[in-house]
Ligand binder design. Structure first.
Ligand code: ZN
Length: 144
């Protein structure tokens, strides 16, 4: 049986701090025990949490897509690297071209809702146009 020290263990009257792995700290907020984090671990923990935040942002936001909450302007922005010719999404904060102020990043959830609305609208339009074609065929024949 292993004897893992816990915060309640006493060694010479001093509590032995339990050490958490970076995975525990970054994956389960319930395990955060800041009183047990040593000062020298601070930079490493901040870097790990910033990396986790960047990963979450990458999973949540559509790269390079911004919208204005006030005037509903949608902006797709990219950066062209002249030296290599590569193009990448520009995720730097953007200002609304209409002068409303800072724009908001668009989440995949909001983008999918917008796309679904546009798809439904286009399906309705296609059905309406097909009905008109059918009516024209009935009036003038199919041309063959
Ligand atoms: Zn605006």
């Amino acid at each position: 049986m292993t004897n893992t020290p816990t915060p309640d263990d006493k060694a010479g009257g001093v509590a032995t701090p339990k050490r958490y792995t970076m995975e525990q700290l970054s994956l389960d907020a319930g395990l955060y025990k800041f009183e047990y984090i040593k000062a020298e671990d601070h930079d490493r923990i901040v870097a790990a949490l910033q990396a986790k935040l960047a990963e979450v942002e990458r999973l949540v936001y559509v790269p390079g897509l911004w919208s204005c909450a006030k005037c509903k302007l949608v902006l797709v922005t990219s950066t062209l690297y002249a030296a290599t010719g590569q193009i990448a999404a520009n995720n730097s904060p953007q200002q609304c071209a209409n002068g409303c102020g800072p724009m908001w990043r668009v989440t995949y959830k909001d983008e999918s809702k917008d796309l679904l609305g546009r798809l439904e609208s286009k399906c309705d339009e296609a059905q309406r146009l097909q009905k008109k074609l059918d009516d024209l065929d009935r009036c003038y024949g199919s041309g063959s």
